[in-house]
Design a protein around this ligand. Sequence first.
Ligand SMILES: [Zn+2]
Length: 138
Amino acid sequence: MSQAATKPLPIPDELSAPFFNGAREGRLMLQHCTGCGAWSFPVRERCPHCFAAKLEWRAASGRGTLYTFTIMHQVMNPGFASSVPYNVAQVDLEEGVRMVSNVVGIANDALRVGMKLEALFEGSGDNVHLPKFRPAAG
Ligand SMILES: [Zn+2]
């Protein structure tokens, strides 16, 4: 008897814990530099714009636009076998950072570059929740 494969999940560490803690609570947390005011993602220790170690966590708006996407048809990992075809999207957040995610709640052939999106959070496993995006209301 075989066990169904599961999708690989990120493993939060000390640096990224605020991101995943926020996701579990339904908030999209990003790092914001108190030195130059820039937002950054992915998680890092220093601001990529001014290199100051002055990054603090703030809740982002969760709003963004679809920058680009692709549709995955091949099963590159057995954990995704029941999900194909699925989209992999790059989303430009209002805060000025780009995030790789999936757009849910819409057929893949209805995706359009530039469409307005909003974040939602899907739980996976016991503790790791990942931000996904759906077409923005209104
Ligand atoms: Zn900075």
